[in-house]
Design a protein around this ligand. Structure first.
Ligand SMILES: NC(=O)c1ccc[n+]([C@@H]2O[C@H](COP(=O)([O-])OP(=O)(O)OC[C@H]3O[C@@H](n4cnc5c(N)ncnc54)[C@H](O)[C@@H]3O)[C@@H](O)[C@H]2O)c1
Length: 345
């Protein structure tokens, strides 16, 4: 299959690109190379005859049309987005532009490309979204695919809007779509403004480890390689028009997650133990959702997919990867906004 992956120089998109090429798919990586992108993430496949890169903005219809006509993909996996909640609080405009207008532009380009191909049933537009569209849970319950949308941040509202557009294009124009909503990802190549890399890198540098509020927010952590595997499963075997929630079956409170990472670093760097002494509670994010949890019944029963690693295993791999790859993360620490406290409103 030839797959056009948008956002393939980002964290999750690059895992999809690497895994799709490893499975023998042709991949065209379309990415605007924003502050969050890193072509080093796909260096391992850059010379593969199965791989091509196109620097382009999904909001630029003419260029997207040209790329579709040139490469003639069988499927589009749409991951390009502004993805950091704290940045969406400080500057929602780019989230509206990329996540909503960009998705609209890509849908229209996909629709006219699909029309021109004779509307093949086999075509797929796979929209990758987040569990944050469902809002915040209390201590009990899990998100299912029928949980009503209740987004509470500019980021999640923009992703919810994009999900609605994708469903509308399927219902109105018959575009063959599948959708996925996943929980928080972590793993190698995670950009160093997100919680887990911030914890690892601040601890390594002996800097305070910021924990928002009381650290009681709960997330369901999904290892990025498992997520990429789930996405390719849904793309190739998911039912047309259906959405699938993808979770890691790994719920943890932020403070427990941070403590686990500190314990792993204590093993690797005993001279600097205990790293947990660096934990510092900071003002909470406004509107910080308390708990997300995914009910994975649909993807596990219908497609037989389950995560392959526990949180303990995935964190051990992740910490080891950051210790082994300073050449990857060091230059990213100088990018705009990285290391600053964003999103206080
Ligand atoms: N990271 C998570 O935990 C998580 C959880 C749920 C859902 N998601 C979703 O998964 C997708 C990928 O997330 P990620 O964490 O890899 O994001 P990321 O921020 O690491 O990467 C996003 C990529 O999209 C590219 N991009 C941004 N704007 C673009 C534009 N206008 N045109 C073309 N490319 C553009 C960037 O250059 C970057 O390479 C997003 O849609 C996000 O909403 C992420």
């Amino acid at each position: 299959m030839k797959i056009l992956v948008t956002g393939g120089a980002g964290f999750i998109g690059s895992a999809v690109v690497r895994q799709a090429v490893a499975q023998g798919h042709h991949v065209v990586n379309l990415d605007a190379l924003t502050y969050a992108a890193c072509l080093a993430n796909v260096a391992s496949v850059a010379d593969s005859p199965l791989y091509a890169f196109e620097e382009a903005d999904i909001c630029d219809r003419t260029t997207v049309d040209r790329i579709l006509a040139r490469h003639r993909p069988d499927a589009i996996m749409h991951l390009a987005a502004e993805s950091h909640v704290d940045r969406s609080i400080d500057g929602p405009g780019t989230f509206i532009q990329t996540n909503i207008t960009g998705t609209y532009t890509l849908l229209e380009a996909a629709r006219s490309y699909w029309d021109a191909q004779g509307k093949p049933d086999s075509f797929r537009f796979h929209h990758i979204s987040t569990d944050e569209v469902y809002g915040s849970l209390g201590a009990e319950g899990q998100f299912t695919e029928t949980t009503p949308y209740d987004p509470r941040s500019p980021y999640s509202a923009s992703k919810a809007a994009s999900d609605h557009l994708v469903r509308a294009w399927a219902e109105t124009y018959g575009l063959p779509v599948v959708l996925t909503n996943c929980s928080n990802n972590y793993g190698p190549y995670h950009f160093p403004e997100k919680l887990i890399p911030v914890v690892i890198l601040n601890a390594l540098h002996g800097k305070p480890i910021p924990v928002y509020g009381k650290g009681e927010n709960v997330r369901d952590w999904l290892y990025v390689e498992d997520h990429a595997d789930a996405l390719l499963t849904v793309l190739t075997r998911g039912e047309l028009g259906r959405s699938y929630n993808i979770g890691g079956e790994n719920e943890a409170r932020n403070i427990d997650l941070v403590t686990m990472i500190c314990a792993l670093l204590d093993q690797h760097r005993p001279d600097a133990a205990p790293h947990a002494d660096l934990i510092t509670y900071v003002t909470d994010r406004p509107g910080h959702d308390l708990r997300y949890a995914i009910d994975p019944t649909r993807i596990s029963t219908e497609l037989g997919w389950r995560p392959s690693v526990t949180l303990e295993e995935g964190l051990a791999k992740t910490v080891a990867w950051y210790l082994d790859n300073p050449d990857w993360w060091q230059p990213l620490l100088d990018r705009d906004g990285v290391g600053a406290r964003l999103g206080k409103a």
